[in-house]
Design a protein around this ligand. Structure first.
Ligand code: DAH
Length: 357
């Protein structure tokens, strides 16, 4: 008995980790452990022998078990201490700064335009970037042989050989959304439609993909005067300049009659553009009274309703407002450019507070 006790208590003491300790436990008091086997032999003993050996074996078993429990706790404490030593954190250390992203000028200006027109009662409508030639051209009174189709440097989608339907196009302007919207919702309506458009063109002021927004206002008795007021109001709010001056130049678009291109008075002062003063004019948009054929194509009765439409380049007014010289850089995804020209996420526009840069 003494030998067993010495052997297993030493074993417990020597166990270096929980699995070694478990081995000792199994060898001593496990089902087939030495102490357990000894206890089974009690049955073969005489009552006198049992009276001596029984309590002694029980005491031995208890002693071993409590030694194991104590050792287990000690091992756990040691492991915890080791982790605490190895894994401490200095919570008073300064945090590592993380770079914040910025809002792209196109997104920012789109939001600004939407905010201004929302205050004028316009909602936002969107259309697909891949259009049928009906929506992109025909419904807008641009006939197949019309030179405007060539002027637009259109990207055509692929058609299988033998498929003679006219190919779909990457929309060359946001004007098709006019048709889609009126077709679905009828008149009266007041919408703007920002989005991507595509033309095969590339230089300092042209990229194959760029952004426009379309404006459309249809109601009874809408006139050119309403168009003029709306655009002036927009420019005043968007450029944050009280004294803006617009010049309406007679022009031609197949989808409007009469049509006008609109310039804004500005000056270049030491390479700095100023809106609303000076002797220069900058073209900012095309516009006009929606052609009766366009209203008819969209299912609107042109005897009852008329209205105006306009189309403006978002990238272009972003360049003007924020003095960004090269359009191509808009789409280079150069992080230095984005950090320089990008906007903070909280720089939200609204018509009354003025729009900060
Ligand atoms: N769709 C024309 C373009 O991309 C812009 C335009 C001009 C839109 C006159 C209009 C408009 O709605 O009335 O060049």
């Amino acid at each position: 008995m003494d030998a067993l006790k010495a052997k297993y208590l030493e074993g417990v003491m020597a166990a270096a980790d929980e699995s070694a300790l478990e081995d000792v436990r199994l060898a001593a008091v496990g089902k087939k452990g030495e102490v357990s086997l000894k206890m089974r032999e009690l049955g073969k003993m005489t009552p006198e022998e049992k009276q001596v050996a029984g309590p002694a074996l029980n005491a031995l078993k208890n002693e071993i078990n409590s030694a194991i429990a104590a050792k287990k706790e000690a091992l756990g404490d040691a492991a915890l201490n080791e982790r605490l030593q190895a894994e401490w954190i200095d919570v008073s250390l300064a945090g590592r700064p993380r770079r914040q992203g910025t809002i792209h000028p196109v997104s920012q200006v789109t939001e600004e335009v939407i905010a201004v027109f929302a205050d004028l009662g316009y909602s936002v409508a969107e259309g697909p970037q891949i259009e049928s030639d009906w929506y992109n051209f025909d419904a807008l009174n641009i006939a197949p042989e019309h030179p405007a189709r060539q002027e637009h440097d259109t990207f055509y989608m692929h058609r299988d050989e033998g498929d003679n339907r006219p190919p779909h196009v990457l929309r060359t302007h946001t004007s098709p959304v006019q048709i889609r919207y009126m077709e679905k919702h009828g008149a009266p309506c007041r919408i703007i439609s920002p989005g991507r458009v595509y033309r095969a063109d590339y230089d300092q002021t042209h990229t194959p993909m760029f952004h426009q927004y379309e404006g459309l206002c249809i109601d009874k008795g809408v006139s050119m005067a309403n168009l003029k007021w709306t655009l002036e109001e927009f420019c005043r709010a968007f450029f944050n300049v009280d004294d803006i001056e617009l010049r309406f130049r007679a022009s031609h678009f197949p989808f409007t009659e009469p049509s006008a291109e609109v310039d804004i008075r500005c000056s270049w002062d030491k390479g700095q553009l100023k809106i609303g003063e000076g002797d220069d004019w900058m073209e900012i948009l095309g516009s006009g009274m929606v052609h009766p054929k366009v209203l008819a194509a969209a299912g609107v009765d042109s005897d009852k309703y008329q209205g105006f439409a306009f189309g403006m380049g978002i990238d272009r007014i972003a360049m003007l407002k924020y003095g960004i010289p090269d359009l191509r850089a808009f789409f280079d995804s150069d992080l230095r450019w984005l950090r320089h020209y990008g906007f903070s996420a909280l720089d939200m526009p609204n018509m009354h507070a003025g729009i900060s840069g």
